[in-house]
Design a protein around this ligand. Structure first.
Ligand SMILES: [Zn+2]
Ligand SMILES: [Zn+2]
Length: 117
């Protein structure tokens, strides 16, 4: 006889049962109990989040892409950083590195130029 993995009640007794995580449960309470007992709190929290939020890309909902300068770690709007041999750098970092007498090589990837607006 199939039974709830948590409380061992026969599953045939219930109108609705719950299947998931490779097991059958008689109720959400038992399913939750199983999760709490067997899954790491962090993973558990992630399951909860997955259940109540939807995955979207920032782009889809009109949020501008933010890029991070590889040197100063500050956030910039997409297109404001320059691709160099040292990574994606902001103008200030490029100027700072050059002012120290070091070379920064700008990498031209296919001629696409965002310009300096
Ligand atoms: Zn149960
Ligand atoms: Zn920077």
């Amino acid at each position: 006889m199939d039974e709830c993995i948590v409380c061992h009640e026969p599953l045939g007794k219930f109108e609705k049962i719950y299947a998931g995580l490779g097991h059958l449960f008689c109720s959400k309470t038992c399913a939750a109990k199983h999760l709490v007992e067997t899954v790491e709190p962090q993973t558990l929290a992630e399951y909860a989040v997955t259940g109540c939020v939807e995955e979207v890309t920032p782009d889809e909902i009109g949020i501008d892409k933010v890029v991070v300068c590889d040197w100063c770690g500050l956030d910039f709007d997409d297109g404001q950083l320059t691709k160099t041999d040292l990574g994606m750098l902001c103008d200030r970092c490029i100027a700072a590195i050059r002012s120290r007498g070091e070379e920064v090589i700008i990498i031209d990837d296919g001629g696409y130029n965002y310009g300096n607006e």
